[in-house]
Design a protein around this ligand. Structure first.
Ligand code: TYD
Ligand code: MG
Length: 458
């Protein structure tokens, strides 16, 4: 039997070589060669020809000529996952779920498979034995599903054999780094293998309209050969993150062809699997006896969901040289900017203080509406004046110390009201878009950071 021809290509410039090279002679990048299967063209002639018999079959269409397919999605019984995917699993989609080892990717996929009672699921694992999967499944649920099948296999050819026999309606591959295709000589997990296997699975997904989930390991810096090169091949990239030592896990999309990338799903890892957290604001606000200086609550929006998040600050005199500015769950540069605004526009002497910031629940907040809450939290800690836990904030802070309007203010106010807050501090420029009479919560509007502080700390 003749072996398929494979060649090595530099991933950054496309240089071709018959054997693996450590350094590309052309673009000089290191460790950039990956093995690929080469398919010879039947003709070496130019692709451009005026032969009209062929061009009749390949005919471009207008949008009107294309029949619009009704979008049917598989409802995954997991509301958080549905939301993150943009409303359910799209048939024929290839979804990559990445995350650090031990974060709970296998658990999430196993739970998904077991919850889809009416869909035939094939769970292919190259990492764990059948017994291990069974033990884990028993932890997750007491009922077994008749439609859930497990295969421990790493060779793509055998996997496709099993798929042809079983005809599953959803396939989970755990993990893509353990698969290998016999068409390539390189070891499982190398860039070439990962890409080849994902390519084969993509072809399968698109041709049979079966959704495929690929699990991929990523280290903190997102390195590790594999998932990064896959990101442009797949339809959706999910990132499962969180601190392994904390119970909360966040599922985000970094790419989604079928929905928004700003949605997040929140889970809690428990003794018997992942629990969906449907009211995240409750967990993001810590329980404590009475108000504490340095703790405030910001009304943010993640995706389409309003979230009330607790911010804690600790401001103390810097005892060694340069003061430290350590934000946890917030952008360092933005913190520096806000500190400069507090110093210059409001006259607080923060230059000699260490500032530590912590967002509750290990969440990373990008919404600028958190600015006012963050500033209030810093000043509260510095001045040792607690802020009542019945107050929340939603405004962006500008370089002039002015409070700016934020988007979807009604939604934030409604969430704060729902959770029993008594007051919300917003920008006066947000005021025109809201109907003040309809709300029970007291709305305080300010134009400047100073005015808000005078009202809050007087
Ligand atoms: P796992 O899904 O194996 O992570 P990954 O596939 O991303 O490497 O699970 C990770 C952790 O979750 C593991 O340390 C044990 C814990 N865990 C629970 O706390 N409760 C459970 O019910 C299960 C199944 C796992
Ligand atoms: Mg795993």
């Amino acid at each position: 039997m003749s072996k398929t021809k494979t060649l090595f290509f530099c991933q950054s410039c496309g240089y071709e070589s018959a054997k693996w090279l450590g350094k590309c002679p052309s673009c000089r990048s290191w460790n950039s060669f990956a093995e690929e299967v080469v398919v010879k063209n039947e003709s070496t002639k130019n692709e451009w020809h005026t032969d009209s018999s062929k061009s009749k079959m390949i005919k471009p269409k207008t949008l009107g000529e294309i029949e619009s397919a009704r979008e049917v999605r598989i409802d995954s019984a997991d509301k958080e996952l549905n939301r993150v995917l943009g409303g359910g699993i799209v048939p024929g989609s290839l979804v990559l779920i990445g995350g650090e080892p031990g974060i709970g990717k296998s658990t999430l996929m196993l739970q998904l498979g077991l919850s889809l009672k009416k869909t035939k699921v094939l769970y292919v694992t190259g990492e764990e034995s059948e017994q291990q999967i069974k033990m884990r499944a028993e932890r997750l649920t007491t009922k077994t599903s008749e439609n859930f099948f497990i295969l421990t296999e790493t060779n793509t050819k055998n996997i496709f054999l099993a798929i042809t026999q079983l005809e599953p309606q959803l396939v989970v591959i755990d993990s893509i780094q353990t698969l290998h295709s016999s068409l390539l000589d390189s070891v499982a997990g190398s860039i070439g293998q990962v890409r080849q296997c994902a390519g084969e699975l993509m072809k399968f997904a698109k041709e049979t309209n079966t959704p495929v989930f690929l699990v991929g390991h990523i280290t903190k810096d997102g390195m590790l050969a594999g998932p990064k090169v896959l990101e442009h091949m797949v339809d959706t990239v999910l990132q499962f993150e969180g601190d392994r030592h904390l119970a909360y896990r966040i599922l985000r999309t970094t790419k989604n062809r079928f929905g928004s990338t700003s949605e997040i799903g929140i889970y809690e890892m428990q003794g018997h699997g992942l629990r969906e957290v449907s009211n995240p604001s409750e967990i993001l606000i810590s329980q404590k006896d009475g108000p504490l200086s340095g703790a405030t609550i910001g009304a943010t929006i993640e995706g389409n969901r309003p979230l009330l998040i607790e911010i804690q600050s600790l401001v103390s005199v810097a005892s060694y040289g340069t003061p430290q500015r350590t934000p946890n769950g917030f952008d360092q540069k933005r913190l520096n900017m806000l500190l400069a605004v507090l110093e210059k526009r409001c006259g607080f002497r923060l230059g000699t203080q260490d500032v530590f910031i912590n967002m509750a629940g290990g969440i990373y907040v990008e919404d600028p509406a958190i600015d006012l809450a963050l500033c209030a939290s810093i000043i509260s800690s510095m001045e040792e004046i607690p802020v009542s836990e019945k107050i929340c904030f939603a405004a962006e802070v500008g370089l002039g110390g002015e409070l700016r309007a934020v988007n979807r203010i009604e939604q934030r106010i409604a969430e704060a009201e729902k959770l029993g807050f008594e007051k919300i501090y917003i920008s006066k420029f947000s005021q025109k878009s809201i109907d003040l009479k309809k709300t029970k919560i007291e709305i305080h509007t300010f134009g400047k950071l100073n005015e808000a502080f005078n009202h809050l700390f007087r």
